[in-house]
Design a protein around this ligand. Structure first.
Ligand code: DX5
Ligand code: ZN
Length: 211
């Protein structure tokens, strides 16, 4: 299991937080982008993040909680990006966005809110590299894991196996030492406050990786 660290909620300032993540063996930095429209909160602007993220030794996993992702995709592809994930629930052509992301040779993902079912995204599964199951409502770090999303993990796992597909399965929200036990089928766990609100990032990551 790989770990992507979200720095949305942290006990440290942005530069300290990214430095601390760089000094761990986490595979990715998970970058949460919010526009104040798709979710009510907003986060850092691209220019602020560019300067702290341009020299990181980690690959970036970009989570676009935004209603119109086009300009964000065009900006963020300039960084050392592994994956860009958009939300299924936006009012925009998903196929066009997947193609835009893939055109940059970046992996494309679709995120689904807790109430969105797997059937809604079935037709995209042969086109994408990542499914991000939200285990909290998007928009805020430090929320409690919603166990009702767990059957979606097994459903996706089964679909992937039966159809010989390759997308990875990731989960985001409330992942910690208690909830990790439900996540043995997950390829990449995203964890924020459990790691960044602690004084030993690597120790927390070790706990998640042990499962
Ligand atoms: C929630 C974000 C998550 C969140 C994870 O909207 O997409 O990435 O920051 O933080 P924790 O692990 O604290 O729930
Ligand atoms: Zn996220």
């Amino acid at each position: 299991m790989k770990v992507a660290v979200s720095f949305l909620k942290s006990n440290y300032n942005l530069i300290e937080t990214i430095n601390k993540i760089n000094n761990t063996n986490a595979e990715y930095i998970h970058v949460d982008i919010m526009d104040g429209i798709f979710v009510s909160n907003t986060t850092y602007q691209f220019d602020d993040l560019y300067n702290v993220l341009k020299n990181t030794n980690k690959l970036l996993d970009i989570h676009l909680m935004v209603d119109n992702p086009i300009n964000y995709i065009i900006e963020y592809q300039k960084l050392n990006v592994d994956t860009i994930t958009i939300h299924y629930e936006i009012n925009h052509s998903i196929i066009d966005l997947i193609n835009l992301i893939k055109g940059y040779k970046i992996k494309a993902g679709i995120a689904i809110n807790p109430k969105t079912n797997i059937d809604s995204i079935k037709k995209y599964l042969n086109l994408i590299d990542n499914v991000l199951i939200m285990s909290v409502e998007p928009g805020l770090g430090g929320q409690e894991f919603n166990k009702e999303v767990l059957p979606k993990i097994e459903e996706l796992y089964k679909i992937r196996k039966e159809n010989n597909l390759n997308f990875r399965i990731s989960i985001d929200g409330g992942v910690n030492d208690k909830t990790i036990k439900y996540l043995n089928l997950i390829d990449v766990v995203i964890s924020g406050s459990f790691i960044c609100c602690s004084n030993d990032f690597q120790k927390q990551i070790d706990i998640l990786k042990k499962g």
